[in-house]
Structures are given as C-alpha cells and as structure tokens.
Design a protein around this ligand. Structure first.
Ligand SMILES: [Zn+2]
Length: 419
C-alpha cells in the first residue's frame, strides 16, 4: 500500500488496526497524536516539525514491532517523501557556534534597565542594523577557513536577547518590521550567498503596541472620566473626572502588547520565536520616560502581561523549528529557566539568547549542542550533552570587533548528532 499524502489519523488507525490493539504502544499514541496535529497545523514550520518527529517515531515503531506492518511502511514512506519535498534533508554534519558577545542589558541601582541608545526609535534601529551587519560580516572573517568554506558545516551566528530595543523599552511594531529586510539588503546584507550555510540569530527585538487612554490617578480608575468642550479652544475637549473637579486626570498607556521576538534567518527563510515568559525588565518602567506608564498594571507592566501558554505543543508554533533536517529548540532567557521546552524531544541544537541567564539544563539528545549568548555577561557558551560522561564545554577564541563594541567568539567545530 501507498499513501499519496500524510493520512488522516482515522484512515491510518483503520489501515494499521493491528497496531491499534490494546494496550496501545506509547509510540503508536505519539504517531496518532502527530497525525491529528498535522491535519490542523497552521504553518509550514509546524508541519515540518511534525514530519521530523513522525519519521523518528515510525522508525522506532518499525524496529520494536514483532511483525512488519504494511500501513506503517507506507506511512514512513510518505513521511520521507514529504520531508524531502519540504527541504528536511540532512545537509550538515558539523556545527560551528559563533557568539556576538556584546552588552545589551545593564541595571542601575534601582534595578531598572540601563540603556544607551538613541532617543529616536527609527534612528536607533537603523544604527543597530548597521552594527549588526558589521558584526556578522566580521564574524565570517574569524571563522577558520576550512570550516568557513565547508558546505557540510553549519555556522550559527547569535547575538544576545534585547539587541533591538528602543530608548523607552520597546519599539513600535512598524519599526520592528523593518529590521529583517534592512539586514538582508545591500552589499553587506545577509542575503549574500556567503551566508547560505549560516543560521543567523540577530538577538531579539522588543515591540510594544500601546493603547493610550485617559485615566483618573486620584480614583485610580478610568470609569468616571468624561470629556467636555474646552471653552478656550474650539473643537477640543478636556478630560475630567465626574467624581471631583480637582482630580488628576491624565493621558497614559492603558495597556500594551509587548513582544520579545528572536529574529532568525537561514538563507531565504525567516523564522521568529516569541519569548513566552516575560520578566519585569522586558519593558522598562515609567522612570524611563513618558512612554511606559501602564495604568493599573503596576510599575513594570510586563510583569503582568504574560498570558497562558499559546501552544500546548511547542512544535505547533512555539520554540521548536526544523531547518535542513535539524531539529532546533529556542528558549529566550527566562523561558530557559521556566523549562519551556521540557516536553520537546529530539532536539539536536538548543539556542538560548539571553540577558542574565546561563545554561541550566541540557534538553537535547545525547551529543546535542546547547548554545547560549548572554547580553549581561557579554559572552557566549557552548555545552555538549555527553553520553553518560561529564558534560563538555567547548573551547572558543575571542576576537575584538573592529569599529564597534563587542567580541566575536568562535567555538570549536562539533558533529551534529542525528537519531
Ligand atoms: Zn477621579
């Protein structure tokens, strides 16, 4: 038998009824679950992630089943064809991690984020794009020539969390949306074929869509605020509180949707991973300026802003992504501490861009690579999960960047483990 496309769970369960006799094998349960998710996957990346795991589960079930099953063979066959079609073909044997070691976060005596950037968000972003391009182009020069030119060696360049954030704690979404196209463009852009074998992680960008509203700071409520015509200015209104003429009514940010998103490029493909667990420092407090005054949300708005998990299964659009047959995981800073990817299996490479985090736990398969670049330490670190033995830290050498702050740290080449 042969499937032309990934079968629906019900069709597969009927074809493979022998495998569905109780008690159900754990791997059969996993396969059923993935087929159901595949049918409702909303993104190409979610389908890729599921295909990569489906293949591994099918192979596992094949080796553990006592008798060959035609439906299982057919499923594995269509998964392989589909994977190939979607570019999930193994392309790299080795990986070289390259850290853009630069400070992105510091704290003042009150524990607030210190920031040295431009006052104007647009210019601030342009300046950071310029520096990022310098860093990534110089990084190429520091990679040893044999690895640099080896098409079977993946180079991973990573900058820390918070690389792109504005003077007031966050850029507006329109500023954030320009970053990737600007990085790609021009003679020094990352769209060049020289970066084809590079996975580029440009740190994270903070974006805030704000909701401005009039609010009574005496009542600590917006409920009784109303507007009356301004006698001194035709067509304008004055906001006042119905509960008292002398109440302090001001305009402020009522709420904000704050996103902290990692910017990832591989060749022509972009991928974004949003940080899920926000810490209080992600969005600067009102001491930073008028921009960040989130009414009714305490001093640090972001602390109250994280909602429940968007994805029950990280493969469906969270921190797991598949590129060139490699299963990557990404945990942005606090996500790592909160163990966001604790249920993700088959991770070969785990990436942790951070500002105040170090590697706490290895979640990859044996031999897998965990790569952290931290913006407080301004340093990178790579750990390899050892097979029973001690976890090995990789050696790296640092070179100062010319013309901009920071270093490039290039780590030793290591083999990528495949299941
Ligand atoms: Zn009032």
């Amino acid at each position: 038998m042969r499937y032309e496309d990934i079968p629906w769970k019900m069709a597969w369960a009927t074809d493979a009824f022998v495998l569905h006799k109780k008690p159900l094998d754990r791997t059969v349960v996993d396969i059923d679950d993935m087929l159901e998710k595949y049918a409702r996957a909303h993104s190409q990346m979610a389908r890729k992630n599921l295909l990569a795991d489906l293949e591994k589960s099918c192979i596992k079930l094949k080796t553990t089943s006592k008798t060959p099953n035609p439906a299982l063979n057919a499923l594995l066959d269509v998964v392989k064809r589909k994977s190939q079609f979607m570019g999930l073909v193994r392309k790299y044997d080795n990986v070289v991690c390259v850290s853009y070691s630069v400070t992105t976060g510091g704290f003042d005596t009150k524990g607030r984020v210190e920031y040295q950037g431009m006052l104007d968000d647009q210019n601030d972003m342009l300046e950071r794009v310029r520096k990022m391009k310098i860093a990534v182009n110089q990084a190429r020069v520091f990679v040893p020539v044999p690895q640099l030119h080896d098409p079977r060696t993946l180079k991973i360049f990573m900058a820390p969390e918070f690389y792109f954030r504005g003077r007031y704690g966050a850029y507006t979404p329109d500023v954030v949306s320009q970053i990737m196209p600007l990085l790609r463009g021009g003679n020094d852009g990352t769209a060049k074929p020289q970066f084809d074998d590079w996975l580029l992680v440009f740190g994270t960008a903070i974006s805030a869509a704000v909701d401005v509203k009039h609010y009574c700071f005496t009542c600590n409520s917006a409920k009784d605020v109303s507007f009356r015509p301004d006698p001194n200015s035709v067509g304008k209104t004055i906001a006042e509180c119905a509960r008292g003429a002398g109440h302090n009514v001001q305009e402020g940010i009522y709420g904000a949707t704050v996103d902290n998103v990692a910017l990832i490029q591989k060749g022509k493909t972009d991928h974004l991973v949003a940080k899920e667990f926000r810490s209080g420092i992600d969005f600067r407090d009102r001491g930073a300026g008028a921009y960040v005054r989130i009414i009714g949300h305490g001093k640090l708005g972001a602390r109250h802003d994280s909602g429940p998990s968007k994805f029950q299964d990280e493969r469906m659009g969270g921190g797991v992504f598949n590129i060139n047959g490699i299963t990557f995981g990404m945990e942005v800073c606090l996500d790592h501490h909160k163990d966001k990817l604790k249920d993700a299996s088959n991770l070969q490479i785990l990436l942790i861009p951070s500002a105040g985090m170090s590697i706490e736990k290895l979640k990859t398969i044996m031999g897998g690579v965990t790569f952290n670049v931290d913006g407080l330490r301004a340093d990178g670190k790579v750990l390899i999960r050892g097979g029973g033995g001690p976890t090995a830290g990789l050696n790296g050498f640092s070179q100062a960047l010319v013309g901009i702050p920071g270093n490039i740290k290039v780590f030793d080449s290591v083999p990528i483990p495949y299941v």
